[in-house]
Design a protein around this ligand. Structure first.
Ligand SMILES: *Cc1c(COP(=O)(O)O)cnc(C)c1O
Length: 524
């Protein structure tokens, strides 16, 4: 498609053209490649004079009611016809990759299938069309959903209290650490230090620092778990909390969690558990039994609500008895007559006047709550347990199928949980993990997480969704083995991969550090 336009856009960035030219294949005049269409930016083909609506001419004799706020100059937005608009966004959507399109082994992210039943329930008008300020007696059903979901989360974690309002995992971490800070402050001293294992997700140290704590690393053992002796040696009256991910980011269960928790409690500290990986143990392990004081749960990971691309998440936080009084407002409670209420003000009998405040203006993500509860009710407790078991089974199958050709640093540490961790080793010709990942794109796979966790050189963290069939995992393993063999053999062509994606290699560092968020007219 080659819309005429003011800046003379040509499909110069077209990747298909480059590949075709290099390989002596047919070069198309449009830059399109079969039905995969090249797409310029909206500013590159829109026109100031075009519009998608027909409005009557303004009657020049009508009184001006702008009160002096008339537009002085054009606002600089491009105009598009309705068909142009529809095509533009449909083409862009075809360049997107999601779990509904194929295998999505992004480690640490738990890319789950989103059952369509969840979507159907979330779209019911009684959930989708309500307003956070609606009179409470008109939204009793929605409040019941929040209440029931809270109940499931407390039961599954074995924890007595939950805050539903945090809107993502990282937001939940902040909620947990603020409650911990409030508890210490109430006891007379907020303390200074939060201990975080070196394999932690980047959000953990960021959260602790944001809440005003000094962050100190705890080393890992050779088998990929927290070094308990090193942690015990560092504990003292200045330690406010430890933040430990379990299962951890090496994909391993922290077997000594209870010992760690007891030692932390001994010095008056609190135990924050990053529960983003709850997917691997839901129905099997109750974090409350391990001595956890606060833990966030990513509904958008464990309980299958969609995520990615900055969409809505939901990160409820469960609390122990010790921290429950400090939990944020609001929360939903049920009266004896069965009615539900959102408690917005300090509820002394529950919080004893110690709540640290609020995380959000309202109660949280209603759409995510509805999807998560639907998922729980349709699976039942046994079904959720099987979800965890299948996730673990799939990851171990991948670990054992690839450990002979990739570096598998913790292969001897026992079974992995829901993700398999590999490292680079012996790749030929200066090839790296990045080249292998880009090669997988040409094979039709979204790459695994790369270069995280930092404790493994050239890390590749593979997390297969538990709903994948054996056939689909086998196909992935075959592709992965093939690309790995190319990397081991030093196949130079991998350095240019991907060849078939809508774009080739991008400068990912510049994209993250110097993003250009507004279009600039190249002529200006
Ligand atoms: C995903 C994840 C987080 C952060 O969750 P968000 O919802 O992305 O903020 C924190 N810790 C771990 C281990 C995670 O996997």
């Amino acid at each position: 498609m080659n819309a005429p336009n003011k800046s003379g856009w040509k499909p110069q960035m077209n990747n298909a053209l480059e590949v075709a030219e290099a390989s002596g294949e047919i070069v198309t005049t449009t830059g399109n490649r079969a039905l995969m269409l090249e797409e310029p930016l909206i500013f590159e083909f829109g026109h100031a004079e075009t519009t998608g609506v027909d409005l009557p001419e303004i009657d020049a004799s009508a009184p001006n009611r702008m009160g002096g706020f008339d537009r002085a100059e054009p606002i600089g937005l491009v105009g598009l016809t309705e068909p142009e608009t529809v095509r533009h966004y449909t083409r862009l959507s075809r360049q997107n990759y999601g779990i509904d399109l194929g295998f999505f082994p992004l480690g640490s992210c738990t890319m789950k299938h989103n059952p369509r039943l969840n979507e159907k329930m979330a779209r019911l008008p009684g959930f989708a069309d309500i307003h956070p300020l609606a009179p409470q007696n008109s939204v009793q059903g929605a409040l019941e959903v929040i209440y029931q979901l809270a109940d499931w989360l407390k039961t599954l974690t074995g924890m007595p209290s939950v805050a539903m309002s945090p809107k993502a995992g990282a937001h939940g971490e902040l909620c947990g650490i603020l409650a911990i800070r409030a508890a210490h402050t109430a006891a007379g001293n907020p303390r200074e230090v939060v201990l975080v294992p070196e394999s932690a997700h980047g959000t953990n140290p960021a959260t602790a620092a944001f809440a005003g704590y000094k962050v100190e690393d705890i080393p890992a053992t050779a088998e990929g778990r927290v070094d308990v002796e090193a942690l015990k040696a560092r504990l003292g009256p200045d330690v406010a909390a430890v933040m430990i991910t379990n299962p951890n980011t090496c994909g391993l269960f922290e077997k000594d969690f209870r010992t760690i928790a007891d030692a932390v409690h001994e010095v008056g500290g609190y135990v924050y558990c990053d529960g983003a990986n709850f997917n691997a143990i839901v129905g099997r392990v109750r974090p409350g039994d391990l001595g956890v004081d606060a833990m966030h749960i990513n509904l958008h990971k464990t309980f299958s609500t969609p995520h990615g691309g900055g969409g809505p998440g939901s990160g409820p936080v469960v609390f122990s008895d010790a921290l429950a009084p400090f939990a944020p407002l609001p929360f939903v409670r049920q009266y004896e007559d069965g009615a539900y209420e959102i408690v917005e003000e300090e509820a002394r009998e529950v919080t004893r006047g110690q709540t640290f405040g609020r995380m959000t203006a309202f109660h949280g993500q209603m759409g995510m709550f509805t999807r998560a509860l639907t998922y729980m009710l349709s699976h039942g407790a046994d079904g959720l347990k099987q979800v965890a078991e299948d996730a673990v089974l799939n990851a171990n199958y991948i670990l054992r199928s690839l450990e002979d050709i990739l570096h598998a640093p913790f292969a001897d540490s026992g079974p992995c949980m829901h993700e398999a961790l590999f490292g680079d080793k012996d790749f030929g010709g200066g090839l790296s993990t990045l080249d292998l990942a880009k090669g997988l794109i040409d094979e039709g796979y979204h790459p695994m997480t790369v270069y995280f966790p930092l404790v493994v050189h050239g890390a590749m963290l593979v997390e297969p969704t538990e709903t994948e069939s054996k056939a689909s995992i086998d196909q992935f393993i075959t592709a992965f083995r093939h690309v790995t063999e190319r990397a081991l053999a030093g196949d130079e062509a991998l350095k240019q991969a991907p060849y078939f994606a809508p774009r080739r290699r991008l400068d990912e560092t510049a994209a993250a550090r110097k993003p250009k968020l507004a279009w600039e007219d190249p002529e200006a």
